[in-house]
Design a protein around this ligand. Sequence first.
Ligand SMILES: [Zn+2]
Length: 210
Amino acid sequence: MTVLDVPTPGSPAHLAPVEQTPPKVGPNAIIQTRTALDELAGAGARRAIFGAAGLESLADTDPDAMVDAGIVNALNRQIAARLDAQTADAVMKRAGELTGDYILANRIPKAAQWLLKHLPSDVAQRVLLAAIARNAWTFAGNAHVERGPDFIAIHDNPICLGRNGFSSCIWHAAVFRRLFQTLVDPAITIHETECAGRDGRMCRFEIVRV
Ligand SMILES: [Zn+2]
């Protein structure tokens, strides 16, 4: 536990052993996607998509704990099926940006943010990468998350739908992009260069300066 880690109810310490539970991720993968759908597709489309995914109970109510990755995938599958490709991608990107904003507002203490912004950017990048890896359960469930100086890789990403011709990993890239641009360097962008859903061995996100 470091200054960048805020304990959250429902973290893995409170869950049953990995092999006994399906993968779970943080509720923002539902909550912020709903907001993004309202912004970009409208409330009617949002209700239809939640209904088609079998998630009527979450169409207007926030989940208050970790959610099964299968629920997130059901929602994302309907976003891909019911919206044109450009809008579906835009919804995932916006949902990731909103999730990044939520993390900045609620999960990273202001003192730590101040420190990161004042460190040399290569040092801040290392510190933020380490913090992301430690908190990977929130966005990658039980998956193994690997990091290097300029990449994050999720092995067996539980919320990757690339095999269905739709990259829900746009959401991950947008979350990381928001955090790195805000805390490390506005010139950073994040690209998914390899996706387990598109014949890759993992979902690999490269950190590049533009
Ligand atoms: Zn991927």
